[in-house]
Design a protein around this ligand. Structure first.
Ligand code: HXC
Ligand code: NAP
Length: 287
């Protein structure tokens, strides 16, 4: 995997990753460091961020700046972006990765539960994008925004409804700003991951091994994604090689979404006997 790209693909780029201390955010940060970038990681838990930054630098060298910030608070976001900008002299790219999610029948949710998820995902991504976008526009320079959404951002999903609504909003923001800010050198793209094994997501959403197994069975490639696979896609999208990609959302899910969409995809579960019976019956209709 380390040989996928030239080792200086992201040399000296300053990349700010919200939620960069855990899971996919950390995997992206590690990959960006390996490719020469300087990384800012921002989330609520300061101690966790400090430890993550130390471990990431020890493993890969380079510089990781940890900044505690609740992305639901627009003033805290402004301060966080200021701190990152002042420390490195500029920020080149933003990865909107921080998220919250609750798997539950929607009627069980309080308005505070709904606000919590919308606040982190939709408002948080918007505040970060706006704060950094304004700085880029004022400075007359370009930038990159990459938002991590979900495959259900497009079509919605029962039982994770605040997350589905919020991610759909982030996708709409991505596509809208790609057009509005594109002429001024700012590109906006998204990645829609399928299941990737992170503690934050799986302990909350798929804690039961049987449920997890069923979820994996639904993926045509019969496995979950490796965080480094997503990190490589993110690195490519933030590199010069992807400079002409703007307003797109790239799915990385082993084909899971398409299996769900195909009306006959369930036929993958038929046995050889059932296929033989089906064929005999279908051929029999001729007579
Ligand atoms: C019903 C719940 C609940 C649950 C919390 N609440 N969990 N309601 N079912 N399981 C309610 C609380 O009772 C409270 O409402 C309100 O939500 C806010 O809860 P808090 O715990 O006070 O909020 P907070 O500390 O801000 O935590 C936010 C959170 C939490 C979203 C609830 O899960 C979190 O911090 N998540 C961050 C990480 C995360 O979710 N990672 C997974 C991302 S995975 P009341 O009314 O009681 O005050 C993802 C895509 C996965 O996004 C796709 C997989 C393929
Ligand atoms: P994760 O480890 O739980 O990541 C969520 C991150 O968001 C944490 O680092 C958390 O840090 C941060 N965060 C939460 N609330 C925040 C807030 N208010 N302010 C700032 N930061 C906050 O889960 P993950 O699986 O890596 O998810 C990363 C991204 O991938 C998310 O956007 C998620 O929706 C997306 N995704 C994941 C999967 C999957 O299968 N793993 C699938 C589809 C999409 P703190 O708690 O320190 O704040």
């Amino acid at each position: 995997m380390t040989a996928t790209f030239a080792h200086d693909l992201l040399q000296d780029r300053v990349i700010l990753i919200t939620g960069g201390g855990t899971g996919l955010g950390r995997a992206m940060g590690e990959r960006f460091l390996q490719l020469g970038a300087k990384v800012v990681i921002a989330s609520r838990r300061e101690a966790l961020l400090r430890t993550a930054a130390d471990e990431m630098m020890a493993a890969h060298g380079g510089e990781v700046l940890p900044i505690a910030c609740d992305v639901r608070d627009p003033e805290a976001v402004d301060q966080m972006i200021d701190a990152a900008w002042n420390h490195f002299g500029a920020v080149d790219a933003l990865v909107n990765n921080a998220a919250g999610n609750i798997a539950a029948p929607t009627e069980r949710l309080s308005h505070r539960a709904v606000d919590s998820v919308l606040g982190i995902v939709l408002h948080g991504s918007f505040y970060c994008t706006l704060a950094l976008g304004k700085r880029w526009l004022t400075a007359g320079r370009g930038g990159r925004v990459l938002s991590i959404v979900t495959t259900y951002a497009e079509g919605g999903s029962a039982y994770v409804v605040p997350s589905a609504a919020a991610k759909a909003g982030v996708l709409a923001m991505t596509r809208s700003l790609a057009v509005e800010w594109g002429p001024r050198g700012i590109t906006c793209n998204a990645i829609a991951p399928g299941p990737f094994p992170t503690k934050g997501a799986w302990d909350r959403l798929l804690p039961d091994p049987a449920l997890l197994e069923e979820a994996i069975d639904r993926i045509p490639l019969r496995r979950a994604g490796e965080p480094v696979e997503l990190a490589n896609l993110a690195a490519f999208l933030l590199s010069d090689a992807a400079a002409y990609i703007n307003g797109d959302c790239i799915t990385i899910d082993g084909g899971e979404k398409l299996k769900g969409a195909g009306q006959f995809a369930w036929m993958g579960d038929l046995t050889a006997e059932q296929w033989a019976a089906l064929e005999a019956s279908a051929r029999g209709t001729k007579s």
